[in-house]
Ligand binder design. Structure first.
Ligand code: DGL
Length: 275
């Protein structure tokens, strides 16, 4: 990807692929560089400092590969690292480059999905503890009641391809029940972790029909298209050859197998030693 200036897409592992798929769909002419830190996933139970440190390493690497813009396709990194990177690191180390997250775009869109004004959030422990969803949603829509539930085992289940086992399914159902017991008026559930769309069909099939289950990929893709239209100074630096490259900090062959299943197309990744 020499001479390319791709859009960087970062996640702790496979989850960001659910966002990348929608970005590739919406913006097929752009070049993308995906980085999954699979070797260190999950991030959801790690401290603020660790998530910030790992995320900054990844973002720095993507900038060194000529990415002008990096999407943190990870709610945990968006909740714990985005603001510090935007405010402290970018102006000094990478002026002119941009990092965007996935929580704000989802919060901006949430009112279109709920009639009852009761919204549920399923996310990692880190994202729930940060309270970012409630804060961002209530800044824009103070009338919306936000109920959050942490699902700390879902990312390990998905990263290890165990989510279709009987035990995996039982665990997902238990967390769903716990969320709905906390607030029976919920009519929209945001999958506030980019790994979760991988189990979206299963979730949708096990909640009442009146509840809409929302994944972030399409929302983020729509918002990015709009952002690029408004920021020609960034857009003009991005190359547009429709190429995508995939990097993983763990085994490339395992990544290829799982990513090909998730994206529904053949993926050839490269192993990256990030530190
Ligand atoms: N996909 C990440 C997110 O959206 C998962 C974080 C993790 O590795 O626990 O939060």
């Amino acid at each position: 990807m020499k001479n390319l200036h791709p859009i960087g897409v970062f996640d702790s592992g496979y989850g960001g692929l659910t966002v990348l798929a929608e970005l590739q769909n919406k913006l097929p002419e752009y070049d993308f560089l995906y980085l999954g830190d699979n070797a260190r996933a999950p991030y959801g139970t790690r401290s603020f400092e660790t998530v910030y440190e790992f995320t900054l390493q990844a973002v720095t690497y993507l900038f060194e590969q000529n990415c002008e813009l990096v999407i943190l396709a990870c709610n945990t990194a968006s909740a714990k690292a985005l603001r510090t990177i935007q405010q402290n690191d970018l102006p000094i180390k990478f002026p002119g480059k941009r990092v965007l997250g996935v929580i704000r775009p989802s919060a901006e869109s949430v009112d279109t999905f709920t009639k009852s004004k009761h919204v549920g959030i399923l996310a990692t422990e880190g994202t729930v503890k940060s309270d970012s969803y409630r804060i961002e949603i209530n800044k824009l829509f103070p009338e919306i009641v936000v109920t959050q539930h942490a699902c700390p085992l879902w990312v390990p289940l998905i990263e290890n391809n165990k989510y279709q086992t009987a035990g995996g399914k039982a665990l997902i159902l238990e967390d769903l029940t716990n969320l709905l017991e906390k607030d029976s008026k919920i009519d929209a559930i945001i999958l506030g972790c980019t790994h979760y769309p991988i189990v979206q069909e299963f979730i949708q099939a096990h909640v009442p029909k009146s509840i809409q289950v929302i994944s972030q990929g399409q929302i983020v893709a729509d918002k990015l298209e709009d952002y690029l239209q408004r920021h020609s100074e960034i857009d003009s630096k991005l190359t547009k050859n429709g190429m995508s490259r995939y990097l993983t900090t763990d085994s490339a062959s395992t990544f290829d197998e799982d990513a090909s299943r998730i994206l529904g197309k053949i993926v050839h990744s490269e192993h990256l030693k990030l530190i």
